[in-house]
Design a protein. Sequence first.
Length: 742
Amino acid sequence: MRSALLLVCLVCPAWSVAAPLNRVVLALYDSHYQKDVRDTPIHRLLEMPLNHLGLVVQYHDLSEGLPTAQELSGVRGIVTWFQSDSMEDPARFLTWASAAIDAGKRFVVLGDLSVGRSRRGDVTDIKLVQGFLAKLGLQAVQWTPVTYDVKIVFQDPALMNFERPLPAVLPPYDGVKVIAPGIRVHLMARKRGDPNTDSALVVTGPHGGYVAKGYTHFANFSQDRLQWYLNPFEFLRLAFATDELPKPDTTTFNGRRIYYSHIDGDGWRNQTQVARYQRERISSAEVILREVIRPFSDLPVTVAPIAADLDPRWLGTRDSLQVAKTILKLPWVEAGSHTYSHPLDWESLAQYAKAGSAKTQSWGVMWWTQFGRPLWERFAEQWSKPEAGESSPTIRRGHSRLRSYESYPFDANEEIAGSIDFINSLLPPGKRVQLLQWSGTTLESEAILAATRKAGVRNLNGGDSRFDPEFDSYAWVAPLGRQVGRYHQVYSSDSNENTYTNLWNERYFGFRYLLETVRRTESPIRVKPFNVYYHMFSGEKEPSLDAVIANLTFARSQQLAPITASHYAAIVEGFFSLTMTPLGPNRWRIANRDALNTIRFDHAGDLGVDWVHSTGVLGQRYYQGSLYIALDPAAAQPVLAIRDGSRQDLGCRPYLVQSRWLISRLKIAGQSFSFETQGFGRGDMEWQVAPGARYSFRVTPVNGRSFEIRAAATTEGTLHLQIPESLSGPVEVSATSEGARL
């Protein structure tokens, strides 16, 4: 019997009026020390594992005061990872934090609690500190600054030595003792072999968790090498008790790993150096069209030009316009915008615009914290306006300008709505720009994000996840996005070729190493989709072109669910908005999910869908010990119920196991069923039906003649169906059971 999920029954007087499950973790930071949430270690290191566990992180700046009772509504827990040794009013903070625990909020402390003294230098009453720690079942004891005679006497193998063992000489630590039952110690230190000096360095309990400063992860002096000591997934799972939560999943679609690809327009007009095209003197964009986009029609791609590269009022030419029109009319190409003038430093531009400056000058922005610059800042795109006489942009070392193109003054509305309107004017009937792909440092303001909402498009870029020998840790895998006021900036899932080529200065073959990140973010746990993200300048050089083709060729060999980049952005936005309301033990109504249609249960065992008490569910698939459940996109508020032992009910009713194409409007009638489907490439799918059953599939394209496909299930009930690639448009399928084979 699966323990945590099936034995937990949320206390509620009437299931029909139950509140949605609490998925929010409130992250506290102080903008006196970290200007933006992107500068905090919570965002850089913790948010990705929290997202994987189905939790939404909301940030609160302590410089604006403590969270109110209303702001704590719907909050599952609170996390701190302060980077200072003081705060404005420690006594008030400790009183508030203790009350939050009393109200049922889990509290997780990593590193220094920063309550020893105020910023004015006033020492905090130790009784207040001890009172707060007692709520976590802990008591502060002696500070240990010298550790040559300290040894680790216990470490939980499930939690410690995750990516790197602790150093031989341990970091100094605050001594903490366990004073309450139910506290699990995962790391214990002892001084001079005396048990009386035992100190718990990593603990979890019924009210949260604690990790001593210096015992979360390793960071070298230059902060360009990070590795976890503890397993953040396991620690956060225990500290926030996430086993009882169904987990909205952004990596998987219809039982398959998500694939999407997007191209930023940088280098659109660059003349290619690829030998076989040099006589033609064609652009990098033309090469990408010929070598990458057309040959891989089974893999959708979102192409986002920089409007200034196409607009004749700026730097557009007849050739750049024609290539854009040719690319954007292809059925498997989604239209995006990479802005009008390619801002490099959004924050400074906003400040200049607010001050009324007409033309912007050069300001390079580098954000440094204890953990160093994130990849998306260290490898920010650095294009500049062409000099007189140049036929194409050239790469600059550092931000010599705030924008790549400065033919006209900066206008925020022109960057968003203006670029979208211009690119829409190039599109065939029925096609519209669906995505705004951020440029430069990708540090957009709330107003800029609001402009994308007003324009009716999704947003993407930033994050730049890597997980390879150069960036050998989950610490370099970015979260789903960045909170910006009321909105979220959606991060791309993988880094682009800029970070592999030292800002397009060397190792032009380097983008081949994307596949290492793709593999490591798939196994042993799937934490990211497969994302191929690059720029048009990859068509400039032969090694870079070959690298893109190698990545796409590998993608074609995998069992994936290809979707557009805007579809992925909608899935992520659904992760943040989704609600799950309990209707009874192990039964939930799911709402406000946008395009998110996968719910995951970890450590699933024999757990499976309770089909009798569920509605709007397509199917289920077991993978890596987890159960992935696919919801019907046509169901506005599906009801999901699960039960133990249903893994054995293989022939109870037909259900989807996995599909390359989108499946919706599933209807079941006994052992027969019907559905609508569409996608990219060949429509491979697998259904679970009665063992040995034979089926006749009537396939009816929206604009075409229907035809029949016959298929038979295996003795285990596995039924495979393949719809031809030529029918990538909407298709209706009716599956009639003809009984079992004799």
